[in-house]
Design a protein around this ligand. Structure first.
Ligand SMILES: C[S@@+](CC[C@H](N)C(=O)[O-])C[C@H]1O[C@@H](n2cnc3c(N)ncnc32)[C@H](O)[C@@H]1O
Length: 280
């Protein structure tokens, strides 16, 4: 398990929402502008923030399948989505939501995407999406995923894939060393084989193009300011812990780096958004 807590996902949700690339989002929305209804498959759905960010940009009737292997996050998604909607009702294990004129039915699927990818892709879908997910998977898994996607001629909207860039204000002399170690850690196995990490968006785009897809890419960096102070402590602690695990940075250097970034005035964490449109 990669172990993402609902608290961490809730803390990052506003930053993720602000970071989404507007051009890639608009292009995704335009793909479905003449439809009344859509089936969406969300991979690594966590507590459902991708649905909350995307619903207003998709047709009035939506059926979502939220896929995650972490049952605590599936539970958190039910709670968060019920709280977010104007009205929410359980229909068996699924949720039926009304939100600002949209009717959104949500099914929850607990599945390990490293093992059960094809079964998941066989579900009804007009769009596959994922947020903050693709940097966890391996190049081999991406290639398998793209073959499955292409065989079904499905479009993909994959957002907030970490791309390795980080900058801090005020800067610290160890920023580059810590960033390099963190990016090394990003390439370790997160359950799918050695992770593509910061290279993931590029690997994904290349595999999609090889399969005839038209690919639209856009930057979606977190641009954090002192107003995001609640995010800084877990963010800095998480980066330092991951960098420390590589053995590439001495503990005293990491401690000095953590101390220096207790209350930064600005921080940029780079991500990439991607829309892939299948060939006709
Ligand atoms: C960084 S979180 C992103 C969650 C959510 N998409 C968001 O943007 O808030 C990555 C998600 O992928 C899920 N995940 C990781 N490995 C998985 C696997 N093998 N099968 C299914 N879900 C997985 C985690 O449980 C977590 O919810």
């Amino acid at each position: 398990m990669t172990g993402f807590s609902p608290e961490w996902l809730a803390l990052r949700e506003p930053a993720d929402g602000a970071a989404r690339n507007r051009d890639v989002l608009s292009a995704t929305s335009r793909l479905f502008e003449n439809k009344d209804a859509i089936n969406v498959l969300d991979l690594g759905s966590g507590s459902g923030s991708n649905l909350r960010a995307l619903a207003a940009h998709l047709p009035l009737h939506q059926k979502w399948a939220l896929v995650d292997y972490d049952c605590d996050l599936i539970k958190a998604a039910r709670t968060a989505l019920s709280g977010w909607a104007n009205e929410a009702a359980y229909v068996g294990e699924s949720l039926s939501l009304q939100k600002d004129g949209r009717v959104i039915d949500v099914a929850f699927l607990q599945a390990d995407l490293s093992a059960n990818l094809n079964e998941v892709l066989d579900g009804p879908a007009d769009l596959v999406t994922a947020a903050a997910f693709f940097d966890l998977v391996s190049t081999d898994w991406i290639e398998r995923f793209v073959r499955g996607l292409a065989a079904r001629k499905l479009p993909l909207y994959a957002v907030l894939t970490y791309n390795g860039e980080e900058s801090w204000k005020p800067a610290h002399p160890s920023d580059a060393t810590v960033n390099a170690a963190f990016n090394l850690h990003q390439r370790t196995d997160k359950g799918f084989g050695p992770a593509a990490g910061p290279a993931a968006a590029g690997v994904l785009a290349a595999a999609l193009r090889e399969n005839g897809y038209e690919v639209v890419l856009g930057d979606s960096p977190w641009r954090l300011t002192s107003a995001d102070h609640l995010l800084f402590e877990p963010l800095v602690a998480g980066i330092a812990a991951a960098a420390g695990q590589t053995g590439k940075v001495a503990p005293e250097v990491l401690q000095a780096w953590r101390n220096a970034h207790r209350s930064p005035t600005a921080c940029v964490i780079g991500h990439t958004d991607l829309l892939a449109i299948p060939p006709r």
